[in-house]
Design a protein around this ligand. Sequence first.
Ligand code: ZN
Length: 379
Amino acid sequence: MQDWARRIREGDSRALARAATWVEDGDPRAARVLDSLGGRPGHSLVIGVTGPPGAGKSTLVDRMARELRARGRTLGIVAVDPSSSVSGGAILGDRIRMQAHHSDPGIFIRSMASRGASGGLARKTAGLVALLDASGKDVVIVETVGVGQAEIEIVKVADAVAVVLVPGMGDDVQAIKAGILEIADVFVINKADHPGADRLEVEMEAAGWSAPVVRTVATEGTGVDELLATLEKVRRTARPRGEPEGGCRIDHLGIAVRSIEAALRFYRDQLGLPLGGRETVEQERVRVAMLPAGQPRIELLEPAEPDSPVGRFLEKRGEGLHHVALTVPDLEAAVARLRAAGARVLDEPRRGAGGHRYVFVHPSSTGGVLLELIQEGNE
Ligand code: ZN
Protein backbone atom coordinates (compact mmCIF):
# COMPACT_ATOMS: atom_id res chain seq x y z
CA MET A 1 0.00 0.00 0.00
CA GLN A 2 3.03 2.26 0.43
CA ASP A 3 3.41 2.09 -3.33
CA TRP A 4 -0.20 3.19 -3.90
CA ALA A 5 0.24 6.04 -1.44
CA ARG A 6 3.38 7.16 -3.23
CA ARG A 7 1.70 7.06 -6.64
CA ILE A 8 -1.27 9.07 -5.35
CA ARG A 9 1.04 11.68 -3.81
CA GLU A 10 2.79 11.96 -7.17
CA GLY A 11 -0.51 12.84 -8.77
CA ASP A 12 -0.85 9.55 -10.69
CA SER A 13 -4.44 9.85 -11.86
CA ARG A 14 -4.93 6.14 -12.49
CA ALA A 15 -3.83 5.24 -8.97
CA LEU A 16 -6.14 7.96 -7.65
CA ALA A 17 -9.08 6.60 -9.66
CA ARG A 18 -8.48 3.03 -8.42
CA ALA A 19 -8.22 4.10 -4.78
CA ALA A 20 -11.34 6.27 -5.15
CA THR A 21 -13.27 3.26 -6.41
CA TRP A 22 -12.09 1.23 -3.42
CA VAL A 23 -13.35 3.98 -1.13
CA GLU A 24 -16.74 4.05 -2.88
CA ASP A 25 -17.07 0.26 -2.81
CA GLY A 26 -16.04 -0.02 0.82
CA ASP A 27 -13.14 -2.24 -0.31
CA PRO A 28 -10.75 -3.06 2.57
CA ARG A 29 -7.85 -1.76 0.47
CA ALA A 30 -9.31 1.75 0.84
CA ALA A 31 -8.60 1.88 4.57
CA ARG A 32 -5.07 0.61 4.02
CA VAL A 33 -4.27 3.24 1.39
CA LEU A 34 -5.78 5.99 3.56
CA ASP A 35 -3.68 4.73 6.50
CA SER A 36 -0.53 4.84 4.39
CA LEU A 37 -1.35 8.39 3.37
CA GLY A 38 -1.73 9.33 7.02
CA GLY A 39 -4.75 11.62 6.74
CA ARG A 40 -5.36 14.88 4.92
CA PRO A 41 -2.20 16.89 4.29
CA GLY A 42 -4.33 20.05 4.27
CA HIS A 43 -3.08 21.45 0.98
CA SER A 44 -6.49 21.49 -0.71
CA LEU A 45 -9.10 24.11 -0.02
CA VAL A 46 -12.13 21.88 0.57
CA ILE A 47 -15.36 23.68 -0.31
CA GLY A 48 -18.76 22.28 0.65
CA VAL A 49 -21.68 23.32 -1.55
CA THR A 50 -25.15 22.47 -0.36
CA GLY A 51 -28.69 23.79 -0.53
CA PRO A 52 -32.17 22.69 -1.47
CA PRO A 53 -32.97 20.99 -4.79
CA GLY A 54 -33.43 23.47 -7.62
CA ALA A 55 -31.05 26.08 -6.21
CA GLY A 56 -28.67 25.65 -9.14
CA LYS A 57 -25.84 23.98 -7.22
CA SER A 58 -24.55 21.88 -10.12
CA THR A 59 -24.40 24.87 -12.45
CA LEU A 60 -22.62 26.88 -9.77
CA VAL A 61 -20.09 24.10 -9.15
CA ASP A 62 -19.51 23.84 -12.89
CA ARG A 63 -18.80 27.59 -13.07
CA MET A 64 -16.49 27.44 -10.06
CA ALA A 65 -14.63 24.57 -11.75
CA ARG A 66 -14.22 26.53 -14.97
CA GLU A 67 -13.00 29.63 -13.13
CA LEU A 68 -10.49 27.63 -11.08
CA ARG A 69 -9.17 25.85 -14.18
CA ALA A 70 -8.83 29.21 -15.96
CA ARG A 71 -6.58 30.23 -13.06
CA GLY A 72 -4.50 27.10 -13.51
CA ARG A 73 -5.75 25.44 -10.33
CA THR A 74 -6.37 21.70 -10.19
CA LEU A 75 -9.49 20.37 -8.54
CA GLY A 76 -11.56 17.43 -7.45
CA ILE A 77 -15.34 17.34 -7.36
CA VAL A 78 -17.25 14.89 -5.17
CA ALA A 79 -20.98 15.01 -5.81
CA VAL A 80 -23.04 13.15 -3.24
CA ASP A 81 -26.73 12.50 -3.42
CA PRO A 82 -28.03 10.37 -0.57
CA SER A 83 -31.58 10.54 -1.90
CA SER A 84 -31.10 8.86 -5.27
CA SER A 85 -29.88 5.39 -6.18
CA VAL A 86 -26.73 4.72 -8.18
CA SER A 87 -28.70 3.16 -11.00
CA GLY A 88 -30.69 6.40 -11.23
CA GLY A 89 -27.87 7.84 -13.33
CA ALA A 90 -28.67 11.52 -13.15
CA ILE A 91 -27.18 12.68 -9.88
CA LEU A 92 -27.62 16.22 -8.65
CA GLY A 93 -29.31 17.53 -11.70
CA ASP A 94 -27.44 17.99 -14.90
CA ARG A 95 -24.31 15.89 -14.86
CA ILE A 96 -23.95 16.33 -18.59
CA ARG A 97 -22.31 19.69 -18.02
CA MET A 98 -19.72 17.90 -15.96
CA GLN A 99 -18.94 15.60 -18.87
CA ALA A 100 -17.30 18.60 -20.49
CA HIS A 101 -14.61 18.44 -17.80
CA HIS A 102 -13.96 14.73 -18.17
CA SER A 103 -11.29 15.18 -20.81
CA ASP A 104 -9.44 17.66 -18.57
CA PRO A 105 -6.77 15.89 -16.47
CA GLY A 106 -6.81 18.85 -14.07
CA ILE A 107 -10.26 17.86 -12.82
CA PHE A 108 -11.17 14.64 -11.05
CA ILE A 109 -14.92 14.02 -10.67
CA ARG A 110 -16.78 11.39 -8.71
CA SER A 111 -20.51 11.06 -8.07
CA MET A 112 -21.90 8.96 -5.27
CA ALA A 113 -25.47 8.06 -4.61
CA SER A 114 -26.98 5.47 -2.36
CA ARG A 115 -30.39 5.20 -0.87
CA GLY A 116 -30.50 4.94 2.88
CA ALA A 117 -26.79 4.53 3.64
CA SER A 118 -25.92 8.11 4.40
CA GLY A 119 -23.72 7.39 7.44
CA GLY A 120 -21.44 5.39 5.19
CA LEU A 121 -21.59 8.16 2.61
CA ALA A 122 -20.16 10.71 5.02
CA ARG A 123 -17.23 8.43 5.76
CA LYS A 124 -16.69 7.67 2.07
CA THR A 125 -16.81 11.37 1.23
CA ALA A 126 -14.12 12.06 3.83
CA GLY A 127 -12.04 9.26 2.30
CA LEU A 128 -12.33 10.71 -1.21
CA VAL A 129 -11.45 14.18 0.07
CA ALA A 130 -8.33 12.77 1.77
CA LEU A 131 -7.27 11.05 -1.47
CA LEU A 132 -7.80 14.19 -3.55
CA ASP A 133 -5.95 16.34 -1.03
CA ALA A 134 -3.03 13.88 -0.93
CA SER A 135 -2.86 13.89 -4.72
CA GLY A 136 -2.17 17.62 -4.63
CA LYS A 137 -5.48 19.04 -5.90
CA ASP A 138 -5.63 22.75 -5.10
CA VAL A 139 -9.36 22.72 -4.48
CA VAL A 140 -11.86 19.97 -3.66
CA ILE A 141 -15.56 20.71 -4.00
CA VAL A 142 -18.05 18.51 -2.14
CA GLU A 143 -21.53 19.03 -3.52
CA THR A 144 -24.65 17.60 -1.93
CA VAL A 145 -28.37 18.23 -1.80
CA GLY A 146 -29.11 19.94 1.49
CA VAL A 147 -32.24 18.28 2.72
CA GLY A 148 -31.35 16.69 6.03
CA GLN A 149 -28.94 15.62 8.73
CA ALA A 150 -27.05 13.25 6.43
CA GLU A 151 -25.97 16.08 4.15
CA ILE A 152 -24.82 18.12 7.11
CA GLU A 153 -22.52 15.25 8.07
CA ILE A 154 -21.24 15.09 4.50
CA VAL A 155 -20.27 18.74 4.16
CA LYS A 156 -18.65 18.78 7.59
CA VAL A 157 -15.44 17.62 5.90
CA ALA A 158 -15.23 21.03 4.20
CA ASP A 159 -12.99 23.91 5.25
CA ALA A 160 -15.68 26.33 4.11
CA VAL A 161 -19.34 25.65 3.36
CA ALA A 162 -21.48 27.58 0.89
CA VAL A 163 -25.24 27.18 1.32
CA VAL A 164 -26.99 28.01 -1.94
CA LEU A 165 -30.42 29.63 -1.77
CA VAL A 166 -32.66 31.13 -4.43
CA PRO A 167 -35.24 33.89 -4.31
CA GLY A 168 -38.79 32.71 -3.97
CA MET A 169 -38.05 29.30 -2.52
CA GLY A 170 -40.56 28.93 0.27
CA ASP A 171 -41.70 32.41 1.11
CA ASP A 172 -39.82 32.57 4.34
CA VAL A 173 -36.46 31.56 5.58
CA GLN A 174 -38.03 29.48 8.34
CA ALA A 175 -39.10 27.02 5.68
CA ILE A 176 -35.47 26.15 5.02
CA LYS A 177 -34.07 23.51 7.30
CA ALA A 178 -32.35 25.46 10.08
CA GLY A 179 -29.63 22.83 10.39
CA ILE A 180 -28.48 23.63 6.85
CA LEU A 181 -28.34 27.37 7.54
CA GLU A 182 -26.26 26.78 10.67
CA ILE A 183 -23.39 25.17 8.81
CA ALA A 184 -23.09 28.01 6.29
CA ASP A 185 -19.85 29.96 6.22
CA VAL A 186 -21.16 31.80 3.18
CA PHE A 187 -24.71 32.20 1.91
CA VAL A 188 -25.05 32.23 -1.85
CA ILE A 189 -28.13 33.87 -3.28
CA ASN A 190 -28.13 32.25 -6.69
CA LYS A 191 -30.38 33.37 -9.55
CA ALA A 192 -29.86 36.82 -8.04
CA ASP A 193 -31.27 38.43 -11.18
CA HIS A 194 -34.69 37.05 -10.24
CA PRO A 195 -37.10 39.24 -8.31
CA GLY A 196 -37.01 38.57 -4.59
CA ALA A 197 -33.22 38.49 -4.15
CA ASP A 198 -33.28 41.65 -2.02
CA ARG A 199 -36.16 40.33 0.02
CA LEU A 200 -34.40 37.02 0.67
CA GLU A 201 -31.29 38.84 1.88
CA VAL A 202 -33.34 41.06 4.18
CA GLU A 203 -35.13 38.02 5.56
CA MET A 204 -31.86 36.22 6.21
CA GLU A 205 -30.58 39.23 8.14
CA ALA A 206 -33.82 39.65 10.04
CA ALA A 207 -33.70 36.00 11.06
CA GLY A 208 -30.25 36.63 12.54
CA TRP A 209 -28.10 34.80 9.99
CA SER A 210 -24.85 36.73 9.84
CA ALA A 211 -22.61 34.78 7.45
CA PRO A 212 -21.47 36.80 4.42
CA VAL A 213 -23.87 36.79 1.47
CA VAL A 214 -22.62 36.48 -2.10
CA ARG A 215 -25.01 36.96 -5.02
CA THR A 216 -24.51 34.84 -8.10
CA VAL A 217 -26.12 34.13 -11.42
CA ALA A 218 -24.53 30.74 -11.99
CA THR A 219 -25.87 30.35 -15.53
CA GLU A 220 -23.84 33.43 -16.51
CA GLY A 221 -20.90 32.95 -14.15
CA THR A 222 -21.71 36.19 -12.34
CA GLY A 223 -20.38 36.44 -8.78
CA VAL A 224 -18.30 33.26 -8.98
CA ASP A 225 -15.03 35.20 -8.52
CA GLU A 226 -16.33 36.83 -5.38
CA LEU A 227 -17.66 33.54 -4.04
CA LEU A 228 -14.26 31.84 -4.42
CA ALA A 229 -12.48 34.77 -2.76
CA THR A 230 -14.95 34.73 0.14
CA LEU A 231 -14.57 30.98 0.67
CA GLU A 232 -10.78 31.31 0.62
CA LYS A 233 -11.00 34.05 3.24
CA VAL A 234 -13.26 31.88 5.42
CA ARG A 235 -10.78 29.03 5.33
CA ARG A 236 -7.96 31.34 6.28
CA THR A 237 -9.70 32.92 9.26
CA ALA A 238 -11.09 29.60 10.47
CA ARG A 239 -7.83 27.75 10.10
CA PRO A 240 -6.25 26.98 13.48
CA ARG A 241 -2.90 26.13 11.97
CA GLY A 242 -0.81 28.78 13.60
CA GLU A 243 -0.86 31.22 10.75
CA PRO A 244 -0.14 34.64 12.13
CA GLU A 245 -3.32 36.70 12.38
CA GLY A 246 -3.42 39.39 9.74
CA GLY A 247 0.28 38.94 8.96
CA CYS A 248 2.36 37.37 6.25
CA ARG A 249 2.69 33.70 5.58
CA ILE A 250 5.02 31.81 3.30
CA ASP A 251 3.23 30.94 0.08
CA HIS A 252 6.07 29.35 -1.83
CA LEU A 253 9.81 29.15 -2.34
CA GLY A 254 10.91 29.70 -5.94
CA ILE A 255 13.89 27.61 -7.04
CA ALA A 256 15.58 28.32 -10.36
CA VAL A 257 16.55 25.13 -12.20
CA ARG A 258 17.90 24.41 -15.67
CA SER A 259 15.43 21.55 -16.14
CA ILE A 260 12.14 20.98 -14.33
CA GLU A 261 12.19 17.33 -15.45
CA ALA A 262 15.56 16.79 -13.79
CA ALA A 263 14.52 18.64 -10.62
CA LEU A 264 11.28 16.62 -10.40
CA ARG A 265 13.38 13.47 -10.09
CA PHE A 266 14.54 14.83 -6.75
CA TYR A 267 11.53 16.76 -5.41
CA ARG A 268 8.79 14.45 -6.63
CA ASP A 269 10.37 11.03 -7.09
CA GLN A 270 12.90 10.97 -4.28
CA LEU A 271 11.48 13.42 -1.75
CA GLY A 272 7.87 12.40 -2.46
CA LEU A 273 6.21 15.82 -2.91
CA PRO A 274 3.04 15.78 -5.04
CA LEU A 275 3.14 17.64 -8.32
CA GLY A 276 0.34 20.20 -7.98
CA GLY A 277 0.43 21.69 -11.44
CA ARG A 278 2.60 22.96 -14.28
CA GLU A 279 2.25 26.01 -16.43
CA THR A 280 4.15 28.53 -18.52
CA VAL A 281 4.01 32.13 -17.30
CA GLU A 282 4.32 34.04 -20.56
CA GLN A 283 5.05 37.47 -19.12
CA GLU A 284 8.02 36.14 -17.13
CA ARG A 285 9.02 33.71 -19.90
CA VAL A 286 9.31 30.91 -17.42
CA ARG A 287 7.97 27.39 -17.03
CA VAL A 288 6.73 26.60 -13.55
CA ALA A 289 5.99 23.43 -11.59
CA MET A 290 4.28 23.76 -8.20
CA LEU A 291 4.78 21.10 -5.53
CA PRO A 292 2.75 21.51 -2.34
CA ALA A 293 4.85 20.95 0.79
CA GLY A 294 2.16 21.24 3.43
CA GLN A 295 0.41 24.57 2.97
CA PRO A 296 3.39 26.35 1.36
CA ARG A 297 4.71 25.12 -1.98
CA ILE A 298 7.98 24.60 -3.78
CA GLU A 299 7.94 26.41 -7.14
CA LEU A 300 10.41 25.10 -9.69
CA LEU A 301 11.31 27.70 -12.32
CA GLU A 302 12.82 26.80 -15.67
CA PRO A 303 13.53 29.58 -18.17
CA ALA A 304 11.47 29.40 -21.35
CA GLU A 305 14.19 31.48 -23.04
CA PRO A 306 17.82 32.14 -22.05
CA ASP A 307 17.23 35.91 -22.12
CA SER A 308 14.48 35.89 -19.47
CA PRO A 309 14.71 36.95 -15.82
CA VAL A 310 15.20 33.37 -14.62
CA GLY A 311 17.52 32.62 -17.56
CA ARG A 312 19.74 35.54 -16.60
CA PHE A 313 19.62 34.49 -12.94
CA LEU A 314 20.91 31.01 -13.89
CA GLU A 315 23.62 32.56 -16.05
CA LYS A 316 24.87 34.72 -13.17
CA ARG A 317 24.25 32.65 -10.07
CA GLY A 318 23.57 29.11 -11.22
CA GLU A 319 20.72 26.97 -9.92
CA GLY A 320 19.38 27.78 -6.49
CA LEU A 321 16.88 29.73 -4.41
CA HIS A 322 15.47 32.40 -6.70
CA HIS A 323 12.85 34.03 -4.50
CA VAL A 324 10.76 33.69 -1.36
CA ALA A 325 7.03 34.44 -1.74
CA LEU A 326 4.92 35.75 1.12
CA THR A 327 1.23 36.55 1.09
CA VAL A 328 0.14 39.82 2.66
CA PRO A 329 -3.39 40.82 3.69
CA ASP A 330 -3.29 44.06 1.67
CA LEU A 331 -0.79 44.22 -1.18
CA GLU A 332 -1.24 47.92 -2.02
CA ALA A 333 -0.85 48.91 1.63
CA ALA A 334 2.27 46.76 1.98
CA VAL A 335 3.81 48.29 -1.16
CA ALA A 336 3.06 51.83 0.04
CA ARG A 337 4.50 51.10 3.49
CA LEU A 338 7.67 49.51 2.12
CA ARG A 339 8.23 52.30 -0.43
CA ALA A 340 7.77 54.93 2.27
CA ALA A 341 10.42 53.13 4.31
CA GLY A 342 12.83 53.21 1.35
CA ALA A 343 12.57 49.59 0.18
CA ARG A 344 13.13 48.93 -3.53
CA VAL A 345 9.77 47.63 -4.72
CA LEU A 346 10.07 46.64 -8.37
CA ASP A 347 7.23 47.92 -10.57
CA GLU A 348 3.59 47.98 -9.56
CA PRO A 349 1.55 44.95 -8.50
CA ARG A 350 0.51 42.89 -11.50
CA ARG A 351 -1.53 39.84 -12.25
CA GLY A 352 0.11 36.44 -12.70
CA ALA A 353 -1.08 33.64 -14.94
CA GLY A 354 -2.96 32.07 -12.04
CA GLY A 355 -4.93 35.30 -11.51
CA HIS A 356 -3.10 36.26 -8.33
CA ARG A 357 -1.62 39.78 -7.87
CA TYR A 358 2.02 40.06 -6.97
CA VAL A 359 5.00 42.37 -6.83
CA PHE A 360 8.75 41.82 -6.33
CA VAL A 361 11.05 43.52 -3.81
CA HIS A 362 14.71 43.85 -4.78
CA PRO A 363 17.26 41.71 -2.86
CA SER A 364 19.17 44.85 -1.84
CA SER A 365 16.29 45.65 0.54
CA THR A 366 15.66 42.16 1.89
CA GLY A 367 18.97 40.69 2.97
CA GLY A 368 19.92 39.30 -0.40
CA VAL A 369 16.85 37.34 -1.46
CA LEU A 370 14.38 38.43 -4.10
CA LEU A 371 11.02 38.70 -2.31
CA GLU A 372 7.66 38.15 -3.99
CA LEU A 373 4.65 39.62 -2.21
CA ILE A 374 1.26 38.14 -3.10
CA GLN A 375 -2.22 39.43 -2.32
CA GLU A 376 -3.77 36.99 0.14
CA GLY A 377 -6.94 35.21 -0.87
CA ASN A 378 -6.46 36.10 -4.50
CA GLU A 379 -5.02 32.86 -5.77
ZN1 ZN B 1 6.91 32.75 -7.31
